[in-house]
Write a protein that binds this ligand. Structure first.
Ligand SMILES: N=c1c2ncn([C@@H]3O[C@H](COP(=O)(O)OP(=O)(O)OP(=O)(O)O)[C@@H](O)[C@H]3O)c2ncn1[C@@H]1O[C@H](COP(=O)(O)O)[C@@H](O)[C@H]1O
Length: 115
């Protein structure tokens, strides 16, 4: 049997946290506070990514690269929490990325129903 990816393992933990108390789990505390709080965290993390990326523009240091990785990981993590809160498995995102793979961004945009 193949080993589970970190994404699959995290998905399982995020699902299990729905049965936990806010006191015992950070993820459960976000679920308890609801969509608005999770979105606020995503906005904060996106801003932190932007600031880390700007710092990285003027630097080649490993420290700034690590900082960018750290902040993007926070953003991805909170996005995964949002998906779990909305009962969307992260597999759906992988499937959508797979569907888009190899399709030019310009062509994909033109194929959208709202474009
Ligand atoms: N990957 C993460 C992860 N990444 C970041 N964080 C938390 O996200 C928060 C972001 O930092 P902030 O300073 O912005 O947050 P904060 O000040 O605590 O929050 P606010 O009160 O300001 O809203 C920190 O508390 C981090 O610890 C994470 N918390 C949990 N996980 C994973 O989720 C699992 C379940 O976590 P718990 O539900 O806490 O057990 C863990 O085992 C990990 O695998």
């Amino acid at each position: 049997m193949s080993e589970k990816s970190i994404l699959e393992q995290l998905d399982a933990v995020l699902e299990a946290r729905k049965a936990e108390s806010a006191d015992s789990s950070y993820v459960a505390s976000l679920y308890a506070k609801g969509t608005e709080k999770i979105l606020k965290k995503i906005q904060e993390e996106a801003l932190e990514v932007a600031m880390a990326a700007k710092d990285h523009d003027h630097s080649t240091s490993d420290e700034d690269k690590e900082h960018l990785i750290y902040e993007v990981t926070d953003l991805w993590f909170h996005s995964l929490v949002l998906l779990a809160h909305k009962n969307v498995n992260s597999d759906a995102i992988m499937t959508e990325l797979q569907r888009r793979f190899g399709l030019s961004g310009h062509d994909e945009k033109a194929s959208r129903s709202d474009s």
